[in-house]
Design a protein around this ligand. Structure first.
Ligand SMILES: *Cc1c(COP(=O)(O)O)cnc(C)c1O
Length: 225
C-alpha cells in the first residue's frame, strides 16, 4: 500500500478527538508531499537538523511538531515556526523555549515528556520531576510558552498488557496534573501517546495525539533515538 492510502485508512479509523501526527523523520520530502497532497498537514520530526531544511522547502501551511529529544542550543532554530514541542524534559529547556519565543513574539505550545517505559534509554521526567517542574513559580510565570499537555512513550515490547498499563499510568498523571494545577486550564488538554505499534491501545486509554511513522511511510532505513 502507498502513503496516501495509508493516511486515508488511518484517518478513517480515528475518533474525532484524536489527531494524527505523521512522523516523517528519515523520509524524503517527496514522500511528505504525497501525504500533503492527500490533505494531511500535521507532521512530526525528531531532529532539528532534519526539520529545518524540510520546513524551508515545504509548503508553509504544514504544522510541524518536534517530537524528539531537544537540546537547549537548538531551541532558537525551531521556535519561530514550530506548532508543538512534545519533548520538554527539563526546567532549563522550558526556560529556553520561553526566552526564545519571547524574541519571536510567539507563545509556543509545549508538552512535558514523562518517562513511562521500563527501558533505560527513553528520555523524560519522572512523576516527581513532572510535579516539581509545574510547581516551580518561575515556570508558572512564563508568558511565551504554554504547557498544553503530556507526552510519553511506552516500552518497545510485544506485551500489550504492559503497554496498556504504561498508558494508563500516563493518563492518570494527566488527570492529576489537571486537578492539581488550575492555572494550566483551559489549555492543558493534550495527551500525546501512541505510535505505529501501539496507537490503538493509546487511543483506548485517552490519547489525543498519536505519532505514527512507519505505519504511514513504511520502515525507516535507519533509526534515530
Ligand atoms: C519515530 C518516533 C515515532 C514514530 O514511530 P513509528 O513506530 O514509526 O510510528 C513516534 N514518536 C517518537 C518520539 C519518535 O521518535
Amino acid at each position: 500500500m502507498g502513503i496516501s492510502q495509508n493516511i486515508k485508512n488511518l484517518r478513517a479509523t480515528l475518533p474525532g478527538n484524536v489527531r494524527l501526527i505523521a512522523v516523517s523523520k528519515t523520509h524524503p520530502m517527496d514522500e511528505i508531499m504525497e501525504a500533503y497532497n492527500e490533505g494531511h498537514r500535521v507532521f512530526g520530526e525528531n531532529r532539528v537538523q532534519e526539520l529545518l531544511p524540510k520546513y524551508d522547502a515545504l509548503p508553509k501551511d504544514i504544522e510541524w511538531h518536534l517530537i524528539g529529544h531537544l537540546q537547549t542550543n537548538k531551541v532558537k532554530y525551531i521556535v519561530p515556526f514550530v506548532s508543538l514541542i512534545h519533548s520538554i524534559d527539563s526546567f532549563k529547556l522550558l526556560k529556553e523555549v520561553n526566552k526564545e519565543a519571547a524574541k519571536s513574539k510567539r507563545v509556543v505550545d509545549c508538552l512535558l515528556q514523562v518517562y513511562i517505559a521500563s527501558e533505560e534509554t527513553k528520555f523524560g521526567l519522572s512523576d516527581e520531576e513532572l510535579f516539581d517542574l509545574i510547581s516551580n513559580t518561575e515556570v508558572q510565570s512564563f508568558q511565551n510558552c504554554r504547557i498544553v499537555g503530556l507526552m510519553g512513550m511506552a516500552t518497545f515490547t510485544e506485551n500489550q498488557v504492559q503497554i496498556r498499563n504504561e498508558f494508563q499510568h500516563l493518563f492518570g498523571l494527566f488527570k492529576k496534573v489537571e486537578s492539581s494545577f488550575p492555572f494550566l486550564m483551559p489549555n492543558f488538554k493534550e495527551l500525546s501517546m501512541g505510535m505505529s505499534n501501539d496507537y490503538e491501545i493509546a487511543i483506548e486509554e485517552g490519547s489525543t495525539l498519536i505519532r505514527v511513522g512507519s505505519a504511514i511511510f513504511g520502515d525507516r532505513e535507519y533509526q534515530h533515538t
